[in-house]
Each structure stands twice: as C-alpha cells, then as structure tokens.
Design a protein around this ligand. Structure first.
Ligand code: FE2
Ligand code: FE2
Length: 139
C-alpha cells in the first residue's frame, strides 16, 4: 500500500514539473502576442488585456512553482527565488500602469522586449537549472 502511495506521489511530481515547462512556453506565447499587436494600431487596446492575462497566468505559475520547490529545496533557496518572482510582479504592475496610461507602438514594443529578456534570463538561469536538479533528485 505504501509503495503504491509513494508511486502516486512521484508520478504527480513528474507531472508537476512538466506542467512548469508548459507554463514557461505559455508565458512566451503571451509575449509573442504582445509583440505582434504592437504593429497593429487598431488592436492596441487589446495589449492591455494580453498583459493582464499574462500577469494572472504568471501569478498562478509562481504559486505552483514555489510549492514544488518547497518540497525539495532549502528555505533559503526558495525564499531567494520567490523574491525574484516578487520583483517581477512589481515590474509587471508598473508596466501595466504605463501601458494603460499610454498605449502606443513604442511602449508595447518596449514592454514586450523587456519581458522577453527578463523571462529568458529567469527561466534559463534559474528555473531550468532548479527543475533539472529536482529531476535528478528523484532518480
Ligand atoms: Fe517559472
Ligand atoms: Fe521561477
């Protein structure tokens, strides 16, 4: 019985990790949409909705990600990574306010480029590395 429960937990965690990778892809899809809309002045208002959806999705994502990290990593590592997420949320809120104040091609392009750079770094430098360690721990 215990063996079965352990197997189920392991399976769920693997699924959790692959969901995290899917989320990362989805985050880049939002950024791509934002980039595309910059060149469509008629649809500029839609950029606000895309960014709002991005923020809601990112918030759900970091809750899941931090829960997974808490299961395996030290409190210090989790806290450091959580503070990176918090700083990004602050940046996202500021960007949304900027966008709402003035939706223009230049502003949408700038926000999309900054988001792309930030999340490329975040995922390549931290998330992928952390997830690889977790996969190795479970083997
Ligand atoms: Fe992540
Ligand atoms: Fe992260």
């Amino acid at each position: 019985m215990e063996q079965v429960s352990a197997g189920v937990i392991k399976h769920n965690n693997d699924a959790g990790i692959s969901h995290i990778h899917e989320d990362h892809q989805a985050l880049f899809n939002y950024i791509e949409k934002l980039t595309d809309i910059a060149s469509q002045p008629k649809n500029h208002q839609y950029a606000i909705t895309i960014l709002e959806n991005f923020i809601a999705f990112f918030l759900e994502h970091i809750i899941k990600e931090e829960q997974i990290l808490q299961q395996y990593l030290t409190a210090k590592i989790v806290a450091d990574h959580a503070s990176l997420h918090t700083n990004e949320l602050i940046y996202l809120d500021k960007s949304l306010a900027t966008l709402k104040a003035n939706v223009s091609t230049h502003i949408i392009q700038t926000i999309a480029a900054e988001l792309n750079q930030e999340f490329k770094n975040h995922i390549a430098r931290y998330d992928n590395d952390i997830l690889q360690k977790l996969m190795a721990l479970k083997k």
